[in-house]
Ligand binder design. Sequence first.
Ligand SMILES: Nc1ncnc2c1ncn2[C@@H]1O[C@H](COP(=O)(O)OP(=O)(O)O)[C@@H](O)[C@H]1O
Ligand SMILES: [Mg+2]
Length: 276
Amino acid sequence: MIKQTLRSMLDRTQVYDFMVPSVADELDLSHGTILYLEGITVSFDGFKAIDDLNLYIDAGELRCIIGPNGAGKTTMMDVITGKTKPDAGSAWFGQRMNLLRMSEAEIAVAGIGRKFQKPTVFENHTVFENLELAMSSNKNVFPTLFASLSSEQCDHIDEVLGIIGLNEQVKKEAGFLSHGQKQWLEIGMLLVQKAELLLVDEPVAGMTHQEMDRTAELLRTLAGTQSVVVVEHDMDFVRSLESPVTVLHQGHVLAEGSMEDIQNDQRVIDVYLGGH
Ligand SMILES: Nc1ncnc2c1ncn2[C@@H]1O[C@H](COP(=O)(O)OP(=O)(O)O)[C@@H](O)[C@H]1O
Ligand SMILES: [Mg+2]
């Protein structure tokens, strides 16, 4: 009886009202831009951590953000994910979703995934279970406590395992993974949640060179299907991403271009590269 009720619940194509995000709009990428930040200003006690910031990310783009400590990189990520509301400006996800009107949870459900510097995988669970748990927090999936995964969901997890290169570790407890593997698993957890825009903060801190190369490869693979914004200090790593680079300085965009352009830009040399 209970089993039958559950089955009928799970068979429904329509999810329950309480699970439907209050932001009903689908991500609209018809103009080819996934993220618009315009005139964003964030003040802390009168100090402008972000100052009239404009940033546009194309759908499927891989973009690197660099800048000296205090440039406003983390605060910018906080604005995009709804953790911090700016004093001025506008922020849109695709054509129709106004990020400034959405809560942090709504923004996550809408498809913006953030990977923090420190991996936050469930150490006592296997790689597979971590992905399964991440998937169940997706808006369209009933919590897996109640059901085994559909074959479609299993296929998706398999696909993600291939992308993050952890096929062979699928039954391993996450606590036994290397630092790099944990970082990839966490990226996988965002992928099973169908994040369309991934924000990745200093992914290679603490990684071996080999892991760094593998991470660059992974992020380059994601570009095209997902949009990826990477904040990173390691210049060799940034170079290996072969992506456009935005330099932030005092909460404002100082320069934008290829790594080569950036390295030859006197303003950048003065405030950033020159300072090291
Ligand atoms: N909650 C806060 N309260 C006060 N000042 C802050 C807060 N968060 C960040 N700042 C300041 O804003 C500036 C930008 O910080 P942050 O975004 O962390 O820079 P980055 O990530 O580029 O190093 C820094 O000067 C920092 O001290
Ligand atoms: Mg920071």
